[in-house]
Write a protein that binds this ligand. Structure first.
Ligand SMILES: [Zn+2]
Length: 350
């Protein structure tokens, strides 16, 4: 037995830590691929108070999770960490900051390196979209190395990732799988949905007509809802504050509201056009949809998938059976994916 093999056999436990805006979500993955924490395990993140306080919150959250399952920190072989971007592939946060890291000390902060130093345990970094994509892929294919999937996570923005033959495409600069900012052929979208002709969808990144600008909660709030309300002036959402109204669109769409379903149809068809680009780029085994937008009844999920398919131009016969799946356990996806990736990297490095 080599010293490395000895390390794996005696210290097989891996932790996954998903740092969001307000909470740290922790999970633990053992050497058999079983998650020792089945539900959401959250600890306050306090990220607005800066990195020193937030990193201590992460360590406290990890300790609390270990205590819950009766394991010790010393048993952890590696940690998978994910955060919202933008960040480098190695976990150095953008100098320009982001909505989740507004305290000035976060600018250019090496969150991966600092956490690794504090804990004395190897830390592997992914952005949150890529971590969720690893979970989505693994939930369907396990660790089959030859499989390829594309995951789109519809939340406040649109994140996601590509797992190509078992490996997540993090990219050379950390921007792999920035699916939200891929441009959509909006002329085709307007052919399918004529009401969109006078609509201009501007993304926070500055692009017009990218996926996030058409398929996200932000897209609903900033442009889709105001646009559709022009034709539904007496709609119950017309008198509400836009951010409150946007959150209610999904529930009303599920209940059969015509305008809200039309808004979800735009999102689904845009996603269909995007998936078509991915099919022609990666020839994947599965397309996966996750995020708050579709964490609802099965019948609505199926309606949404059907709309996505209708948004896709005709596929080659050989590619017509590419499955579209809904990502399970959405709220723990980041932590689970980060843990799976950390374990995969640990094992493949030995
Ligand atoms: Zn964008």
């Amino acid at each position: 037995m080599t010293p490395q093999e000895s390390t794996i056999e005696t210290k097989p436990l891996v932790a996954g830590i998903d740092l969001g805006g307000t909470a740290v979500n922790v999970t633990l993955l053992d050497h058999t691929g079983e998650f020792l924490i089945h539900d959401l395990f959250e600890h306050p993140a306090r990220s607005v108070e800066g990195p020193a306080i937030c990193l201590q919150q992460i360590i406290d959250g990890l300790q609390a999770a270990m205590t819950q399952v009766g394991r010790r920190k010393e048993e952890i072989s590696a940690i998978g960490l994910d955060t919202p971007g933008p960040a480098t592939a190695d976990g150095v946060l953008s100098k320009q900051g982001s909505t989740n890291f507004i305290h000035p000390d976060w600018a250019g902060f090496d969150i991966r390196g600092n956490l690794e130093q504090l804990l004395g345990i190897p830390v592997h970094y992914l952005n949150d979209g890529n971590a969720a994509a690893v979970w989505g892929h693994n939930s369907i294919f396990g660790n089959q190395p030859e499989k390829t999937s594309v995951s789109a996570i519809i939340g406040t923005g649109l994140g996601g990732g590509i797992v190509h033959q078992g490996c997540v495409v993090a990219g050379s600069r950390g921007f792999g799988g920035e699916l939200g900012h891929v441009l959509i052929p909006t002329a085709l979208l307007c052919e399918m949905i004529p009401e969109l002709k006078s609509h201009r969808s501007l993304c926070n990144c500055g692009r017009v007509g990218d996926l996030e600008s058409l398929c996200s909660l932000t897209a609903i709030r900033k442009s889709l809802l105001p646009h559709f309300l022009q034709n539904y002036r007496n709609h119950e959402l017309a008198s509400l504050d836009p951010s409150k109204a946007a959150i209610r669109v999904r529930g009303l769409a599920v209940a059969g509201d015509e305008m809200c379903q039309a808004i979800f149809r735009v999102q689904a068809r845009a996603l269909g056009l995007f998936f078509d680009q991915m099919i022609n780029t990666f020839d994947p085994d599965a397309l996966i949809i996750g995020g708050g937008a579709i964490e609802t009844e099965k019948s609505f999920q199926q309606w949404f998938i059907n709309e996505v398919r209708q948004g896709m131009p005709t596929q080659r016969e050989e590619q017509q059976d590419i499955v579209i799946e809904i990502m399970p356990n959405g709220d723990t996806a980041g932590a689970r994916g980060a843990a799976i990736e950390a374990q995969r990297v640990l094992i493949s490095s030995h």
